[in-house]
Design a binder for this molecule. Structure first.
Ligand code: FAD
Ligand code: NAD
Length: 475
């Protein structure tokens, strides 16, 4: 006999668990199945984001930045400290405790919203049945009117760089190092490479990042990427562009890496090597034959704009489907699908998804880069404002970077907002709201921003678009 549900969600990451909660709020009978196990063998809800991604990385980014500021910046404020010492074990305990609190919170949220959380493996069978295999190997079929697939993603591995989890590692291992590697190598100068490279650099590692492309952060507006490159260099992140790794081998306690760039072949020895070359959708063991769910050529579950798969009443969301691999993108898809299942109106605006890179300074953007607008052929105007002219940023000893707005010349619509600077990840929320409401540049120009705040940089950048900046130089 199988239990019957209105909705069964497979995966309780930031896409799946909000979908389950919203389905519960919509008074549907819902179960959410998740198989995530931490290194100690314990099950935990929250997926990559809470256990091995967004949250632990931000905990370490915060701690390592404070450590560095205590060492290098406090004296500028007139605060004299004795010796500043790193207690990595305490830092890692704090990270682990934040993760535990947050993942435990999902269990409580499930209870509060009438969601049955099940720990085990879920497999979709034909006819919208989900076969759950529990920790003890016992199998239980669930019958569902609707199934939401939210199985997430896993790191891409390189054939020539054999992962051993100890010396050659992925981002999850690199969040749980129990000693600061003297020499850290990272393959890939993407979001993970830059964030984790920053953490370990601040804590004392000599960091070398090998990036295959000739250009750093090609998806970012290039004036912002260039500014970022300058700061990363000053911070001692040794980023080698156009570097192709041909092999890596563990040699005693070290790793020998061979890579080639425009200058020829080089050898690099490091103590730990992190592979951060992207993530791929995870669907292993998810689909039995005959479900009708199709994957695309890159292994993503094929869906339409509203996250419907090819199979009736089977939906898919999050990293397992097309679009940016971001927690907030998956969450919004989850809410949309749970509302559509309940018969409510719901849609998702894929054009206005913010991105944030939590380096120092932070990088955040929404909408199109100047390069993309140029390529589209639409006449545009752009303006920027440097944080060096922001009183608040100066007071914070964080007067680095800039805010930039790209707008249409014809109707003044804001097409993209790009920030590198203090709290850029928070500042971008205003930009997202403005673009969600199809704001014009003039709308932002006429919006009163409190003084002195970092958000004034957005106001001034909007003024600069029409060469009317007051505190900056209009170019
Ligand atoms: P996941 O979080 O991967 O969750 C999928 C869940 O489904 C997992 O628990 C998995 O075990 C489970 N599962 C899979 N198959 C089955 C099955 N058959 N049965 C049962 N359970 C199953 N994004 C941001 O937006 N901001 C950030 O700051 C950020 N930082 C990151 C830092 C790092 C180091 C990493 C690795 C990623 C980061 N990301 C960040 C990306 C973010 O973590 C992902 O976009 C997000 O977790 C995707 O959510 P998801 O629910 O689709 O998948
Ligand atoms: P990424 O796509 O951001 O970067 C991968 C980088 O590796 C790219 O620059 C790519 O050119 C490079 N690369 C690929 N193959 C290579 C090779 N063989 N040798 C050298 N370089 C190579 O991927 P990631 O950093 O692994 O992150 C994975 C996903 O997780 C991303 O999609 C990202 O959106 C998400 N994430 C988001 C955040 C955030 O929102 N702050 C943080 C971490 C991760």
């Amino acid at each position: 006999m199988s239990d019957s549900y209105d909705v069964v969600v497979i995966g309780a990451g930031p896409a799946g668990y909000p979908a389950a909660i919203r389905a519960g709020q919509n008074k549907l009978k819902v179960a959410c199945v998740d198989e995530w196990k931490n290194f100690d063998g314990s099950y935990a809800f929250g997926g990559t984001c809470l256990n091995a991604g967004c949250i632990p990385s931000k905990a370490l980014l915060e701690s390592s930045e404070l450590y560095q500021r205590a060492k290098d910046e406090f004296s500028v404020h007139g605060i004299k400290l004795g010796g500043v010492e790193l207690d990595l074990a305490a830092m890692q305990r704090r990270r682990a405790s934040i993760v535990k609190t947050m993942t435990g919170g999902i269990t409580a949220l499930f209870k509060a919203n009438g969601v049955l959380g099940i720990q085990g493996h879920g497999r979709l069978l034909p006819g919208n049945k989900v076969l759950v295999t529990g920790a003890d190997g016992a199998e239980k079929p669930l019958q569902a009117k609707h199934v939401i697939l939210a199985s997430g993603s896993v790191p891409v591995r390189l054939r020539t760089v054999p992962h051993d989890g100890k010396h050659i590692v992925d981002s999850w291992n690199a969040l749980e190092f129990d000693a600061v590697p003297a020499r850290l190598g990272v393959i890939g100068a993407g979001v993970i490479g830059l964030e984790l490279g920053s953490v370990w650099r601040r804590l004392g590692s000599e960091v070398t990042i090998l990036e295959a492309l000739e250009q750093l952060l090609p998806i970012v507006d290039q004036s912002i990427a260039k500014e970022a490159q300058r700061h990363f260099k000053q911070q001692g992140l040794n980023i080698k562009l156009g570097a192709t790794v041909s092999s890596a081998a563990v040699n005693g306690a070290a790793v020998d890496v061979v890579y080639t760039d425009a200058q020829g072949e080089h050898g690099l020895q490091v103590d730990k090597l992190v592979v951060a070359v992207g993530r791929r959708p995870f669907t292993e063991g998810l689909l039995a034959g005959g479900t009708g769910v199709e994957l695309d050529q890159r292994g993503f579950i094929q869906v339409d704009e509203q996250c419907r798969t090819n199979a009736p009443n089977v939906w898919a969301i999050g990293d397992a489907v097309r679009g940016p691999m971001l927690a907030h993108k998956g969450k919004e898809e989850g809410l949309m699908v749970a509302d559509l299942i309940a018969g409510h109106f719901a849609e998702m605006n894929y054009k206005v998804i913010p991105s944030v890179i939590y380096t120092a300074p932070e990088i955040a953007w929404v909408g199109q880069t100047e390069e993309q607008v140029k390529t589209s052929g639409r006449p545009y105007k752009a303006g920027s404002f440097p944080f060096s002219a922001s009183g608040r940023a100066r007071a914070m000893e964080a007067a680095q970077g800039l805010a930039k707005i790209v707008s249409a010349k014809d109707d003044d619509e804001v097409l993209g907002i790009h920030i590198i600077g203090p709290m850029a990840g928070e500042l971008i929320a205003e930009a997202v709201l403005a673009m969600e409401y199809s704001a014009s540049t003039e709308d932002i120009q006429r919006t009163i921003h409190a003084h002195p705040t970092l958000s004034e940089a957005i106001h001034e950048a909007a003024l600069a678009v029409d060469k009317k900046s007051i505190d900056g130089i209009n170019r």
